[in-house]
Write a new protein. Sequence first.
Length: 297
Amino acid sequence: MTHILDWNMPTTPVLSSIPINHGSNKFNYLYCIAITGFALLGSTSAYAVNEYEITRKEVETNWSGYINVGFTRNSYDSDTFSAYQAYNFSSRVSYKSDWGSLLLTLGGEKQTLHGKESSFYDPLLDYRTPFHVFSDTLFLRGSVGVYLPGNHYSKLDRLQYAPRVAGYLYWTPTDSMSFYLSPRYRYNAYQYKTAGQRVLIEHQFDTLADAQWQITDSLYFDVTGRYRMSKNYYGRRMDDQFTFAQELGWEFSSDWVVAIGHNNSGKFYDPEIGPSQGFEVYDKKSSTFYLSLTTYL
């Protein structure tokens, strides 16, 4: 399954994942593996990440986590300016109790083209409420968290912190289909309103949607979409952003998942500014492909 987690990475794409609790029946596991944005200079990346955490059985411990490694590439030749290639890692540790869950998500990447150095992502410390159960198939939970500056660009822009609130609505109509919807708001608190010639984003609104098809007990296909609206410190609305991702994953061994995927991110333009650029599943300028391996702890 894929969902979107907005690590603060203004100019570089990443591959990341978020684990979830394992369940019984045909939900022997609910996966999390993530892909990110696009490699155009000055673009805003987005992360597709699974956020399914519906437990179908009692877990033996309150602690859980994952470690993910991956390789991401776009379709440009290696010697061109727009080429992007990187090794990525991400991890999460979570503690679950009757009062909810605490989660810490960390990650980073090493780009291998154009002399780019390795970089961390902004870590996220997140609290999530217990599930509110509407029915056997419909669940709701809330979240409040904060991103801290860890990425190279966040530090250059003098990001101090970025609180975020979110809601998670899960619907599992059958054993083979799962859906998820999440509205999110993030506030970026920078030391200054500008960074060089760039006006920084202050308010950020995201709407995420995900659909997963559990093909067999060990094979799944997932589709994720995200729509983002944002405003800068002067109240001007920026170009709306979208992310569309597809992922095919296979649990080849207990607690080990390998996945391949594609991600396309881009902009929707205001009609008062210019014509809409439309939407394409694949766009060479903004599409990346990835291979990842995740183990659950």
